[in-house]
Each structure stands twice: as C-alpha cells, then as structure tokens.
Design a binder for this molecule. Structure first.
Ligand SMILES: Cc1cc2nc3c(=O)[nH]c(=O)nc-3n(C[C@H](O)[C@H](O)[C@H](O)COP(=O)(O)OP(=O)(O)OC[C@H]3O[C@@H](n4cnc5c(N)ncnc54)[C@H](O)[C@@H]3O)c2cc1C
Length: 380
C-alpha cells in the first residue's frame, strides 16, 4: 500500500508527487498515456512565467513559485528558466494595469512606472502599439522550459523513491479511509488520493459525485516569421489585454527565429479527446483577429502564421484555478481548471495539494481558489 497516489503526470501531478516524496512519503504517480506525450496541456518548450497579475493572491503565489523553480533546477541539475522580462500592456483596461503595477511594486525594490506607447516604441522599436496603449514592465518574468520542467519534477520525484506507472488509465476510484484506484493494470491502494487530470478531470471527479464548472478549450498556438531575417531575439515577452481579447507572445524557444504569438483563448470543444474536431469557422475568426493584431503591432512579421499547433486549456468561469478536497472524503483532493495560466504556479500548487491531502491548511490557498466559490452553480 502507498501513502499517496497521484493521478495525472502533467506539471501539476508531477509537482504534487515530488512535494509528497520530498516529505518522505511513499507515492505512486499514474499516467494514462506514455510519458512524455503531447495530448494534455503541459507539453511544449515554453511557458511564460510572470509576477504581473492584477490579483494580489496570484502575485503572492508567484513570489514563492519563482524561488521554487530555481530550487528545482538546482536539484535536477538542469536549466529550467530564461530571464527576459515581460511587457504588460493595455489600451482599455487601465484598472487592471494599475492593479498589476501595485502587485509588481510589492515585490520590487525599484519603482515600476507606467509607460506610454511612445516609451514602448523607444525601448522596443520593432513593436508598434496604438497611442492609447500603456504598459508596465515585469522584470522578474521569463520563459520556463516546459518539457524540461515536467521532466525535472519526475526525475527528482523518482530520485526520492517515487514510483511512476504510465500507460495506466484510472477507470474508477473507491473512496474510504483506504482509497482504491482501479486501472486495467490492476488496483492500487493508498491513504490519500490527489486528482490532477487536466482536461479529463471531470471524468474522475463525476465518478466521485463532484461536478465542477470546467470547460475544455482547443487552443491554436501560432508561430510567426520575420521578414528579411529581422533579429527579434532581444524582445521581451509581452501580454496585451483588452476588453475583447488577450494576446501574449515571445521570441520562441520552439522554432529558432520565429515569434510565438497567440490568443489567450480558443474554441470550446466537447471534451479532451475531441480537441481536433472544433468549430472551424470560430477558429478562423479567432485567427483573423490575431493576424490583425500581429500586422499592426509587429509590422516586421509576415502576417500569416508559419506554424500552427494545437493545445488545450481547461477553463473555469472566472479563469482562476480550483484546488480543494472532496466535501466528504477529505483524503481525496483535486487541482483542476488551470485556465491557460497555471504552469508557472505548479511548484506552489503541488505543495498546496500535498499539504491538503495530509489534512493541512495551505497558507496560500485563498477562498478565490476553492471549489466552494461556485457552490450556487456546482453540485459540490
Ligand atoms: C498552448 C498553451 C499555452 C500555455 N501557456 C502558459 C503560459 O505561458 N504560462 C502558464 O503559466 N501557463 C500556461 N499554460 C497553462 C498550463 O500549461 C496548464 O495550466 C498546465 O500545464 C495544466 O497542467 P495539468 O497538470 O493540470 O494538466 P495536464 O498537463 O493535461 O496533465 C493532466 C494529466 O493527467 C492525465 N490523466 C487524465 N486522466 C487520467 C486518468 N484517468 N488516468 C491516468 N492519467 C490521467 C493526462 O493524460 C495528463 O497527462 C498554457 C497552456 C497551453 C495549452
């Protein structure tokens, strides 16, 4: 028998398994697909990490996560992070900008000014924002090498005695003081269970009587080529928000010389196994909007993506995560709905879930992240 079983070896499950193993627990991490795979939400070469959040609680999580990523890199003896900084911009949502500036100011000794579009152009002549655009700069931000991060968690987890079984889909869970996890490769038992199944979370959670407002969204990831070999490698990451859409981007780690620029949303799909069968008209409309943004803001790029890829977000109605325990079976906990921005927080989420499944009260687990915030709408 194990102390704990974790279902799902994406970044959240791998981080949680590591956090438990670090405390000397006997842990089993189960994954339905072969490891590594590209069918969930944690694969790829890059994820943005930033402290630039309007919400104070997200800033507090990032202040801790930033140093935990460094520790993980040291323990796994690998480089997980590239420091670049991030420009957070808007031409309409000035309150969010001011709140983000406040969050950044809390964790910076240097002043964090709000700059206008003329100053943006002066600093980054390749970028061309409208004159109403304002921005602040997050000097802590950078790129996390996503695949390497997930591998690092798994490596140090195994080094500390953790066990991973891949190609092992969990079909059913029997709750109790001892939890039994049923798979086609046999049953496993533990004192506690952590569910981090990404876009598949509702399958396992509904089996346990929990219904959360999660939706699966197919995302297009687009890479853009510079005309005439323009070198944009020194551009910072950016996140540009407005009332209709959010966009983000970075000089890419995936394809040398290309710029990754994407919309921070996509098209809802019927489930994780249907992500390649989406509404093509809605996708074309999104791509048109993104192309117009690229053409006006990055005029040196060819206004047509050189490469398009697919990924999935699991989104909640307020775009914040859900971290909680089962209302009756407190030894079953779950983390879901990371809404396209959870990767950077994975070390802290892993610690939260590890503490929660052991009956603790994680300090950073605020009500805004609890499932109970949806009580009126969900059946929890
Ligand atoms: C295109 C894209 C860009 C993003 N950019 C950023 C970014 O810049 N910054 C940022 O912070 N975040 C970003 N995110 C979000 C972040 O990557 C995700 O929030 C995070 O990876 C979610 O991790 P997860 O472990 O919850 O899910 P997943 O990675 O999907 O892991 C869940 C795992 O559970 C397994 N599983 C499911 N059901 C079962 C079962 N029954 N039995 C066994 N195994 C099971 C799945 O196979 C899967 O491997 C981005 C996401 C995408 C898709």
């Amino acid at each position: 028998m194990y102390d704990y079983i974790v279902i799902g070896a994406g970044v959240m499950g791998s981080s949680t398994a590591y956090a438990l193993a670090k405390e000397g627990k006997k842990v089993l991490l189960l994954e339905q697909f072969p490891i590594p795979h590209t069918r969930g939400s944690s694969h790829g070469a890059s994820r943005i990490t930033r402290t630039a959040y309007p919400e104070e609680f997200n800033g507090s999580i990032m202040a801790v996560a930033n140093s935990m990523w460094k520790d993980l890199g040291k323990e796994a003896e690998t480089t997980l992070f590239k420091h670049t900084g991030l420009l957070f911009t808007t031409s309409t949502l000035y309150k969010e900008l001011v709140d983000t500036q406040k969050t950044l100011q809390r964790y910076n000794t240097e002043p964090v000014p709000i700059i206008d579009s003329a100053e943006i152009s002066k600093r980054y002549p390749l970028m061309s924002y409208p004159k109403e655009e304002k921005a602040c700069f997050d000097s802590s931000a950078g790129i996390l090498y996503a695949d390497k991060c997930v591998m690092a968690f798994q490596k140090v987890f195994q080094k500390r005695g953790g066990e991973i079984i891949d190609m092992c889909k969990v079909q059913h869970v029997t709750p109790g003081d001892v939890v039994t996890v049923h798979t086609h490769r046999g049953n496993f038992q533990a004192k506690g269970l952590v569910i981090t199944c990404g876009a598949w979370s509702s399958e396992i959670l509904s089996d346990l009587g929990i219904s959360l407002p999660l939706q699966v969204m197919a995302i297009q990831v687009c890479y853009w080529k510079a005309r005439n070999g323009v070198d944009h490698s020194s551009l910072p990451l950016f996140k540009s928000i407005d009332r209709i859409s959010n966009k983000y981007g970075m000089p890419t780690s995936e394809y040398d010389g290309l710029m990754k620029i994407c919309l921070h949303y996509g098209v809802l799909c019927a489930g994780p196994d249907m992500r390649d069968n989406t509404d093509s008209k809605a996708e074309a409309k999104n791509l048109k909007m993104l192309t117009e943004f690229v053409a006006s803001t990055f005029p040196y790029l060819v206004p047509e993506p050189a490469i398009k890829e697919r990924c999935m977000y699991t989104v909640t109605p307020d775009n914040q995560f859900i971290v909680d325990h089962h209302p009756i079976h407190r030894n079953i906990v779950f983390g879901a709905g990371f809404s396209g921005h959870g990767f950077k927080m994975a070390p802290v989420i892993g610690n939260m879930l590890a503490e929660l499944v052991q009956g603790g009260k994680p300090e950073l687990l605020v009500d805004e992240l609890r499932a109970s915030r949806f009580d009126k709408k969900s059946k929890l």
